[in-house]
Design a protein around this ligand. Structure first.
Ligand code: ARG
Length: 416
């Protein structure tokens, strides 16, 4: 009797071929799992039928959008998680959730193995494998694409030979992964970093000539670091992100062209479209600007970089991520307020910000009437603050000429 495997199935060429290939190579019955993480480019009913047509014994489709938002996207937004300061991590955030569902289905369906369509060169294989190892250590992992080493043409040939119906093996020049939080596009002409990304790489952001000539002003309300309303309308996260993707995408916002460092040591060029994520990250930072103390903000920026690395590197189900997440959640207790901003030709421009927890203090900041800042105290403060530099100058810089002082620290003279 052959066992069963659950395969993460997208409906694309790789995973379609995998259904047949796994049966042939491992003699396992294939249950497919297609998760809806939002912004799908395929009709999931069609995807399901196709899986069965190819030979899956069962084809499951799960809508996980709300979980994705609640447990992955919002925490990452609160963390300020941008990999290498640029990539909002759409693909990386979805992987642990998909892995979690794969393991659930494996249990429900009595599977002994789990399969995914990742190659051996990317980050996604690491994210899946590490997450599955944690959640279901007894499950065998099969990664057909990593194992078979067929070229794309050979795969198409295999599909033809095995009567595998292919939906869209169009002249796809790119490899695309997308969900609610963004679109990741790589390969084809993007592999030469000097090539300008062709316009057809972009789908969520209009062509530059079509970006409206009028800016569009919107408001975003945050509660404890979570966006709860767009233009004053309270809505669930999935709707808010979906709406914002459309709104901001129309104005060309969210194009990111990133030469990134993969975990496996390769530099790769990836083009992202993440209109909603880019707007929300900016707006969220502006709420924190208003509500966080200087020290808290400095420290959180360090945590954000660590957190982003952990997500990127597939360590979602790790104790360190759990601890950082707890810090992030705590850091958001005052991050409540409203941002007013304009969307205009690829730019997110702040109009204004306000918060009931704002630390902005008019009577301290103003240069006008009502100033309560103690100017005399500044003199004493500077006297102490600058003490060590005065001391150093009087001893170590004594004989320096004005020109010496000008060139201090330059390659002309670094030793004075
Ligand atoms: N480079 C991104 C990451 O590692 C996206 C990977 C998937 N990209 C793709 N075009 N298939 O998270």
């Amino acid at each position: 009797m052959s066992g069963k495997v659950v395969l993460a199935y997208s409906g694309g060429l790789d995973t379609s071929v995998a259904i047949k290939w796994i049966k042939e190579k491992y003699d396992l019955d294939v249950v497919t799992l297609t998760v809806d993480v939002g912004a799908n480019d395929r009709d999931l009913q069609t995807v399901k039928e196709r899986a069965l047509e190819i030979g899956a014994v069962k084809a499951l489709v799960r809508d996980v959008k709300d979980e994705f938002v609640k447990y992955f996207i919002w925490p990452a937004l609160q963390a300020g998680a941008l990999y290498e300061g640029e990539y909002p991590l759409a693909t990386a955030l979805a992987r642990p959730l998909i892995a979690w569902h794969l393991v659930q289905v494996a249990r429900e369906e009595g599977c002994t193995a789990v399969a995914h369509g990742c190659t051996g060169k990317g980050n996604d294989q690491v994210r899946f494998d590490v997450s599955i190892n944690v959640l279901g250590p007894d499950l065998k992992i099969i990664a057909p694409v990593r194992e078979w080493r067929m070229t794309r043409d050979e795969e198409i040939e295999y599909a033809r030979a095995n009567n595998i119906p292919l939906l869209s093996v169009s002249q796809k020049r790119f490899s695309v992964d997308q969900n609610l939080w963004g679109r990741s596009v790589e390969a084809g002409p993007l592999e030469d970093p000097w090539n300008e990304p062709p316009e057809e790489a972009y789908e969520w952001t209009g062509h530059p000539e079509e970006w409206p000539d009028q800016p569009e002003e919107i408001t975003l309300d945050f509660e404890k670091g979570i966006p709860v309303a767009l233009n004053g309308d309270r809505m669930d996260g999935t709707s808010l992100i979906t709406k914002l993707n459309t709104l901001a995408g129309k104005h060309g916002i969210g194009r990111i062209d990133h030469i990134e460092n993969r975990l496996v040591g390769i530099k790769s060029r990836e083009v992202y479209e993440a209109p909603g994520a880019v707007v929300l990250h900016k707006a969220h930072t502006w709420i924190e600007d208003l509500t966080m103390t200087r020290d808290a903000a400095r420290f959180k920026a360090k945590v954000a970089a660590e957190y982003a690395d952990m997500v990127y590197n597939g360590q979602w189900f790790s104790p360190l991520h759990q601890d950082l997440a707890a810090y992030v959640a705590s850091s958001q207790r005052f991050a409540t307020g409203t941002i007013r901003l304009k969307l205009y030709k690829g730019n997110v421009i702040k109009s204004g910000s306000q918060s009931p927890k704002s630390l902005y203090n008019f009577s301290l900041a103003t240069y006008d009437k009502g100033d309560q800042y103690n100017h005399d105290a500044a003199i004493g403060f500077i006297n102490i603050f600058g003490l060590s530099l005065r001391n150093q100058a009087q001893t170590q810089l004594k004989g320096n000429t004005p020109d010496d002082m000008l060139s201090l620290g330059t390659s002309e003279e670094t030793t004075r």
